[in-house]
Ligand binder design. Structure first.
Ligand SMILES: CC(C)(COP(=O)(O)OP(=O)(O)OC[C@H]1O[C@@H](n2cnc3c(N)ncnc32)[C@H](O)[C@@H]1OP(=O)(O)O)[C@@H](O)C(=O)NCCC(=O)NCCS
Length: 103
């Protein structure tokens, strides 16, 4: 997991491999640079290879599909996928998952 100063990870989160939390929204060489952290609230699930823009908050209980690039705050309890990440309420729900997840 790559994350920079200012990143806050809540409790009871699942974070897949190659998660990147950035801390510089518009990179430039600035000796007075102050990192802008990412906040991951409690009970968040993050798939593999997710990248988050500096300053974004991922709300409590949100789920992030693998490969998402998150540019904006993610509402609590939502599912987001893609680049740029967008909410989808028809994936990652109990009714959309296969037999392996039915127990
Ligand atoms: C989101 C996820 C849970 C799949 O949920 P699902 O409900 O079974 O979704 P499906 O495979 O039936 O796909 C439904 C739709 O979502 C899209 N979709 C699924 N996962 C996606 C992803 N990661 N990014 C973008 N779109 C995705 C599919 O293309 C499909 O789109 P369509 O309806 O327009 O054709 C899964 O794809 C995922 O990202 N899992 C995370 C795996 C991971 O990183 N594990 C970490 C430990 S190794």
């Amino acid at each position: 997991m790559l994350h920079s100063p200012g990143t806050v990870i809540g409790r009871n989160c699942f974070i897949g491999p190659r998660f990147t939390a950035t801390n510089h929204r518009v990179p430039e060489i600035d000796p007075n640079f102050v990192p802008e952290g990412v906040i991951v609230e409690d009970d968040v699930i993050i798939g593999a290879c997710v990248t988050v823009l500096a300053g974004v908050t991922i709300g409590k209980g949100a789920k992030i599909g693998m490969g998402a690039v998150i540019l904006n705050d993610v509402p609590a309890g939502s599912v987001v996928v893609g680049f740029p990440a967008q909410e989808r309420d028809d994936v990652w729900q109990p009714t959309t998952l296969g037999p392996a997840y039915s127990h």
